[in-house]
Write a protein that binds this ligand. Structure first.
Ligand code: NAD
Ligand code: WQD
Length: 341
C-alpha cells in the first residue's frame, strides 16, 4: 500500500472519513472528492488531528465530469474507493430521480473516467439492503437480490454495471462490499456519524435520547418473531468496516495484468435486537433510554445478519469490536460533539 494514491469519493462522510484514516495509517496518499452535500469540511481538520496528515481535498461532485477528469489528469491514481452517494431509504422513495442521478449516473461518470485513465481498481460501497426481505438468515452473498427501495435499486444497478465491466475486461479489480449496519465512531471521539436533523437510524437516535436532545426512543414493533420481539440487525463498528476496505485493496495485486472481482458481506455475523442496543447503550453511557413501543415501521425486516464467512476466507477479515465498543465509541463522539461538527 505504500506509495499508493487512493481517490476516495465521499471521503468526508461517515464511513469515508474513517476509511481515510485507515488509508493514511497504511501510508497511502489520499485524495478526497466530496461535494459536502451530507458532510462538513471540518472533518478534514479532525483527520489531520488524528493522523498528522491533511488529505488533498476537492469539493466537487462526481457528477461534474470535467472537474473529476481534471483530478485524474493531475494525480497518478492507483485505485478508487467509491462512497459518494445519497443513502436515505425513505427519501429515495420520495425523490427517486435524485437518487438514480446522483448514485447511478454519478458512478457511471466515475467509471468512464477511470476507464479513460486506465485506473481499473475500485472498491464499491454496496449495502445489505440489496437483499430486501431475506428468505433465510444468516444472509449469504449468493442469496437472492431483491431491493425494496429506489436506494436499494441504485446499489443493485451499480453492482450489475460493475459485473458487466469485469466480464468485458478482466483486467479490472472490483470489490463490491455489502455493508450491514455500520455504527460507532473513531475511538478518539473526534469523528463520527453526523446526521442532519432527526436521525433515521437507531444508534444515532438513541445517542440523542441519551443526551436529552430527543425525549424518548420510538421502537418500531415488538411483535416480530425474534428473541424479544424487536427487530434484529447486524451492527458493525465503522472502524472494522473501514479496515475491510484496506483488506480489499491489499487483496488486489496492482502489478498483475489479471484482475479479480469479489462480492462480500461486511458484517459481524451476529444479530442484535433493538432492546439489546438500548440496554448496551445504557450501560455505556450511564444514562437511561426511555422508549415507547410503536407499530412496525413500513418496509422493515424482522431479522437479518450476515454470513460473514466469505469475507474471512477471502480477505482474512474479522471484526474486532463488539456492541459494547460500538455504544461506548458512539457515546464518546456524541458527548464531545453534541451539535456534530
Ligand atoms: P455519508 O452521507 O456520511 O457519506 C457520503 C458522502 O458522499 C457525503 O460526505 C456526501 O457529501 C458525499 N456525496 C454524496 N453525493 C456526492 C456527489 N455527487 N459527489 C461528491 N460527493 C458526494 O454516508 P455513509 O454512511 O458514509 O455511506 C457511505 C457509502 O456507504 C454510501 O454509498 C452508502 O450508500 C453506503 N452504505 C451506507 C450504510 C450506512 O448505514 N451508513 C450502509 C450500507 C451502505
Ligand atoms: C435498525 C432497527 C428498526 C430507528 C438502514 C437502511 C439500510 C442501511 C442501514 C444503507 C430496525 C429499529 C430504528 C428508530 C427503531 N443503509 N429502529 N427506532 O433499517 O436496518 O437499515 O440503515 O445502505 O439500507 O435501511 O437500520 O438503524 O434504521 O434500524 O426501533 O428510531 O432499529 O425498526 O429494527 P435499518 P435502522
Amino acid at each position: 500500500m505504500k506509495e499508493c494514491t487512493i481517490l476516495v469519493t465521499g471521503g468526508a462522510g461517515y464511513i469515508g472519513s474513517h476509511t481515510v484514516i485507515e488509508l493514511l495509517n497504511n501510508n497511502c496518499q489520499v485524495i478526497i472528492v466530496d461535494d459536502l452535500s451530507n458532510s462538513n469540511k471540518k472533518v478534514l481538520d479532525r483527520i489531520e488531528k488524528i493522523t498528522g496528515v491533511h488529505p488533498i481535498f476537492y469539493p466537487i461532485s462526481i457528477c461534474d465530469k470535467d472537474a473529476l477528469s481534471l483530478i485524474f489528469t493531475t494525480h497518478k491514481i492507483n485505485a478508487v474507493i467509491h462512497f459518494a452517494a445519497f443513502k436515505a431509504v425513505g427519501e429515495s422513495v420520495q425523490k427517486p430521480l435524485d437518487y438514480y442521478k446522483n448514485n447511478v449516473s454519478g458512478c457511471l461518470l466515475l467509471l468512464q473516467i477511470m476507464q479513460e485513465y486506465s485506473v481499473k481498481t475500485i472498491v464499491f460501497s454496496s449495502s445489505a439492503t440489496v437483499y430486501g426481505q431475506p428468505k433465510e438468515v444468516p444472509v449469504k452473498e449468493n442469496s437472492k437480490i431483491s431491493p425494496q427501495s429506489p436506494y436499494g435499486f441504485t446499489k443493485m444497478m451499480i453492482e450489475q454495471i460493475l459485473t458487466d465491466i469485469y466480464h468485458a475486461d478482466k483486467s479490472w479489480n472490483i470489490a463490491i462490499l455489502r455493508y450491514f449496519n455500520p455504527v460507532g465512531a473513531h475511538r478518539s471521539g473526534l469523528i463520527g456519524e453526523n446526521p442532519n436533523g432527526i436521525p433515521n437510524n437507531l444508534m444515532p437516535y438513541i445517542a440523542q435520547v441519551a443526551t436529552g436532545k430527543l425525549d424518548y426512543l420510538q421502537i418500531f414493533g415488538n411483535d416480530y418473531i425474534t428473541k424479544d420481539g424487536t427487530g434484529v440487525r447486524d451492527y458493525i463498528h465503522v472502524v472494522d468496516l473501514a479496515i475491510g476496505h484496506i483488506k480489499a485493496l491489499k487483496y488486489f495485486d496492482f502489478k498483475s495484468k489479471v484482475g479479480q472481482m469479489i462480492t462480500l458481506n461486511l458484517g459481524t455475523g451476529i444479530g442484535c435486537s433493538v432492546l439489546d442496543v438500548v440496554k448496551t447503550f445504557e450501560k455505556a453511557s450511564g444514562k437511561s433510554i426511555p422508549y415507547k413501543i410503536l407499530p412496525r415501521r413500513s418496509g422493515d425486516v424482522a431479522e437479518y445478519y450476515a454470513d460473514a464467512t466469505l469475507a474471512k476466507q477471502v480477505l482474512g477479515f474479522q471484526t474486532r469490536f463488539n456492541l459494547d465498543d460500538m455504544c461506548c465509541d458512539t457515546w464518546r463522539w456524541q458527548i464531545n460533539n453534541p451539535e456534530g461538527y
